[in-house]
Design a protein around this ligand. Sequence first.
Ligand SMILES: *Cc1c(COP(=O)(O)O)cnc(C)c1O
Length: 361
Amino acid sequence: MTIAATFPLDPTATPTSAAERAARMVDPGFGRVFTDHMAIAHYNATDGWHDMAIAPRSPLTVDPACAVLHYAQEIFEGLKAYRTAGGPALFRPDANARRFQASARRLAMPELPADLFVESCRALVRSEIDWIPDSDGGALYLRPFMIASEAFLGVKPSADYVYMVIASSVGAYFKGGPKAVSIWASENYTRAAPGGTGAAKCGGNYAASLAAQSEAIAKGCDQVVFLDAVERRYIEELGGMNIFFVFDDGSLATPPLSDTILAGITRDSLIALARDRGLTVREERYALDQWRADAASGRLVEAFACGTAAVVTPIGSVKAASGNFTIGSGGPGQMSLALRDALVAIQRGAAPDPHGWLDRL
Ligand SMILES: *Cc1c(COP(=O)(O)O)cnc(C)c1O
């Protein structure tokens, strides 16, 4: 079987009409507008990965004892397909495939071969091409995920798994360009501890971050930033985005990867782009009290968060129980916007792609 035929299309009998699709895509927001099909594959030890298809998107029927519902054995990914002059393209799907395998190992799940991961994404984008917005900043967001599907209440790795990819038309995250956000530095909740699952992209990490995110909203902030679980001093990351600091000498810093920080593909791409431009990027720990002092002295001039969904999100101010502070002017910084523009230009095929990041279908 050739890879191209691995996810054969089983077309929906009730496709969304062109008029209805256009109406839904006018202002799609994020993660609300879904396409007609999904990729699906099943796993068990006897058959391995089997029954792959691009199938009509439909609700799942699961047994109430389904393992994922009780013990959260689940992992996911997030990546985007863009419309480019050379046709639709995925951004670094091979990197998502490798990270999905690493997450699977940590959650005691079977690894999906990287070529199957990439092909599932390509095949789904091919069937859903009309759902890629052509608006500035729009994209087709892909959400690959795997769940433990065995109906059994014993605590052990599931015997059965389902892998799926769903697709969602998304608009520009920030209409009219990125705005600076305010973040709440949580000094009581932590996201991930050494030896835990912080480096795995699993739903459980998100469930555990929601109370802290609600606290951030209650404090009048947009997002939460977590400190390390051991000393409660060092900045780790946001609930779903990595973080960078920009200094007055033009250098950047970002917390080093560890088992408590998710290895963002946007993070990795921005480090490469900054270094391409001759900028110094340090991967080093940075404490909340140092951040406050550097913001006050002017040594720290910008900070931004980054991830697939919003690309680069400038951080304007920080609130914490130990005191609030503003970063630079409180608005989006020049370096944040320049790095964002450079990355977006590559993703949209508007700039050369020296690292070979675009995967054209
Ligand atoms: C997905 C994710 C990120 C960002 O990763 P990207 O590959 O850049 O989208 C950062 N932190 C957490 C916790 C995440 O789950």
